[in-house]
Ligand binder design. Structure first.
Ligand code: OAD
Length: 247
């Protein structure tokens, strides 16, 4: 592992354009349940079935109770050292892009200022009828299900299964991966597209692709380097090697 870390640090150190794609795994270490781990169940409801327009149409209160529970869990979690390293890399690399599948806002709380949230943000709501949308922090939802001033239901500002990703965010994310010299893929199972297709764009453009995960994924064979272990340990270790090379 040490040699892989050193090899990655060696190549990463002189890169100007670096991009990172993160998934639920980086937040799992902060205590945020993942979709496919033990936390994927809530009151015996499968997360993948609740995070759908159909579930919301059928029972908006149940879906909102699930999101309110997730918001409460996330509000009690803290970003870890891995989140902080990625926030610091916005200053280390001339062009550092952060693209996340996570809706929890932990990157933003760690200080990352330009986060492309492919699947939206659990701390935002939007009206199901008019164009109203906005931030709703911990404890600001009021009575469930929350309603807009126009009287219609508000929904969580996240992407549900079967829905399209925000086109502008996806297009910019594709551009970041095409232009990157190095792409880090951190804590994602690589099962959900189009996010899972981004690393391949970097690979095709000649970038070094590095995966950080507890275990191999469908993306591992495509990566040039695989760092096996928790992101909260490996990102600080990588950052320390980069700092040593600065000296
Ligand atoms: P998953 O839950 O599918 O996968 C989490 C990945 O993180 C797994 O590969 C774990 O091995 C890895 N992992 C867990 N802890 C880790 C740690 N401490 N360090 C590094 N890796 C770790 O989460 P995603 O791949 O993000 O989409 O799932 C993608 C999407 O599926 C989510 O955004 C969500 C879900 O459906 C929507 O809601 C649209």
């Amino acid at each position: 592992m040490a040699s892989t870390l050193s090899r990655v640090a060696e190549r990463l150190h002189d890169c100007r354009r670096v991009v990172a794609l993160t998934g639920a795994g980086i937040s799992a270490e902060s205590g945020v349940p993942t979709f496919r781990g033990a936390g994927g169940l809530w009151k015996n409801h499968d997360a993948a079935r609740l995070a759908t327009p159909e579930a919301f149409a059928m029972d908006p209160l149940l879906v909102w109770e699930w999101y309110a529970w997730r918001r409460d869990v996330i509000a009690s979690c803290q970003p870890h050292k891995g989140h902080l390293v990625l926030a610091g890399w916005e200053r280390r690399f001339p062009e550092f892009g952060l693209v996340t599948q996570n809706v929890d806002g932990l990157h933003q709380r760690a200080g990352s200022r330009n986060v492309r949230t492919l699947h939206g943000d659990i701390w935002t709501v939007r009206c199901t009828r008019c164009s109203c949308s906005g931030f709703a922090g911990p404890g600001e939802l009021g009575e469930l299900p929350p309603r807009c001033t126009c009287g219609a239901l508000l929904r969580p500002g996240v992407v549900w299964f079967g829905e399209s990703l925000p086109q502008d965010v996806l297009e910019e994310s594709c551009r970041l991966f095409r232009e990157a010299e190095a792409a880090l893929v951190i804590g994602t199972s690589g099962l959900v597209h189009p996010a899972a297709g981004l690393p391949e764009l970097a690979r095709k453009s000649g970038a070094m692709v590095v995966e950080i995960n507890l275990e191999p994924t469908p993306l591992t064979r495509m990566a040039h380097e695989f760092l096996q272990g928790p992101a909260g340990d490996l990102l600080p270790a990588l950052d320390m090697l980069l700092k040593e090379k600065d000296a």
